[in-house]
Design a protein around this ligand. Sequence first.
Ligand SMILES: Cc1cc2nc3c(=O)[nH]c(=O)nc-3n(C[C@H](O)[C@H](O)[C@H](O)COP(=O)(O)OP(=O)(O)OC[C@H]3O[C@@H](n4cnc5c(N)ncnc54)[C@H](O)[C@@H]3O)c2cc1C
Length: 431
Amino acid sequence: MSTVDEENAFEAIVIGGGLAGLSAAYRLAQAGRSVLVVERGSSCGAKTFTGGRLYTYSLRELLGEAWRDAPLQREIDREVITMVTGSEAMNVDTTFADPGGRSFSVLSTPLVEWLAARCEEAGAEIIPGATVTGLVIRDGVVCGVRLGDEELTSALVIDAEGINPLVFERAGLVRRLAREDVAVGVKYLFRLSEQEIDRRFNTSDRRGTAMLGMGAVTKGLFGGLFLYTNIDTISLGLVLDSDSWREHGHSIVETAEDLRQHPAIGRYVEGAELIEYGAHLVYEGSVDTVPQLFGDGWLIAGDAAGFCINRGFTIRGMDYAIASGIAAGETAAAALAAGDVSATRLSGYRTRLESGVLADMAKVRGAHHWMSHTPDLFTTYPALAVGLMRDMFTVDGGPLVPVRTTLGAAGKQVPKKLSTVLNLMKGVRSL
Ligand SMILES: Cc1cc2nc3c(=O)[nH]c(=O)nc-3n(C[C@H](O)[C@H](O)[C@H](O)COP(=O)(O)OP(=O)(O)OC[C@H]3O[C@@H](n4cnc5c(N)ncnc54)[C@H](O)[C@@H]3O)c2cc1C
C-alpha cells in the first residue's frame, strides 16, 4: 500500500493548468487538500488552444451556479453542417428555439485564466512559468515532480499535460503518441464588431452559430472545417488527419489560407481583422488507445489520457477534460483522506469514467477508421450534394426538370451504389 508521507509540502501536484488540471485542482482544494498546479505557460491559459465550443454540462458539475459567471462567448442556437466544393457550398442549417444553455462558443485563454482564479480562491496554489521535467518515483510509487534540478514531493501526482504527455512518456507510464492518433488543427481568430457578426449571421442577443463542414477545403483529405461566432470575434479553422496530410504532402498553411479565401466560407470573415492564429494537435485515437489511467501515486486526465471525440459534426475535448479532471480530483481527495494512494485505491477513477467518457468513446470506436477509409465523404459526396442543389434551384428559361429526374441524374453519379449504401450504413452505425 502506498501511504501518505506527512513531510510533503503538498498532498497533490497537478502537471498542467489547462481545463483538466484546473478542474482536478479545484475539486482537491474544495475538499481541503493542499494542491499545487505547475503550468509551463506564463499564466494558465497562455498555452491552451481550442476550436472552441464548450458543452457546458461538466462546467456546471464543477462549479454549480457559479458556471454562469464564466467568460463564455455566445450561446449556440444555430448549427450548420456545410459541404463544400472548390467554390460552392450546400448547408444544412438548423436554428433551435431553446438551446437551454447547453453549449457556448469560448475563447480558451480567458476561460482558463478565469478557472485558475477560482482554483486559487478555493485554496489551490499555482506556479506559472515552470515546466515539469520529470517525476520523482520511489519504489515504483510516483511521489513528486522535478523542475530541472529541483524536486517537489507530494503524495500524489495528477498528469494533465495535454495531448503530448512527455513527462509521463519519459517515465514509461504512457506510450509515445502515434501519428495515427492525432490530427493537426489550425485556427484563425478574426475581430469583427458584435453588430456586424449579428448582421452576417442574422442573429441578436449573443446567440451564436457553430458551423462544421467537409469537402474541398481539405483538398479531399480526411478532415473538416469549423467556424464559431464569439461575441466580437470569429474562430475559423481546419482539422486535418495527420496521416493523410503527410501522405499527400499538402502544405497545411496553404490549405488554411485557401479556407479563408473560399467564396462560401471566406465571406463570413471578409474585411475582419486577423488577430491570432496557431496550430495544435487534436486527439483522434479511440477507446482502444486510451492508456493506463492510474497507478501507485498517479492519475492521468484530459487530453493527456486521450479523452477527445471528433465525430465530424461535433468536437468534444474540453467537456471531457473538465469531467475527467473532476473525477481525478475527487478520487485523489478521497484517497488522500484515506491515507492510501495505491493503484488499487485509485482504480475507482477508471470505474467512474466507464460510465462517462470511456462509454462514449466505446460507442464511436469505429468512427475514425470509417471516416479515414471513406474518401468519398470529402470529395464525391459534397460535390454531389452541391450539384443536386444547383440543379434543383436553377431556373433559366429552359424546360422544367422534375425533381425525380434531378435525383435520378444525381443517383447515376454515385459509384458502386450497393457498396456505397452498405458503407454509409456502416458509417451511421459507427457514429
Ligand atoms: C484545432 C482544435 C479544435 C478543437 N475544438 C474543440 C471544440 O470546439 N470543443 C471541444 O470541446 N474541444 C475542442 N478541441 C479539443 C480541446 O481543445 C482539448 O481536448 C482540451 O483543451 C484539452 O484540455 P486539457 O486541459 O486536457 O489540455 P490542455 O488545454 O492542452 O492543457 C495542458 C496544459 O499543460 C501544460 N503543460 C504541458 N506540459 C507541461 C509540463 N511539462 N509542465 C508544466 N505544464 C505543462 C500546458 O502548457 C497546458 O497549459 C479542439 C482542439 C484543437 C487543437
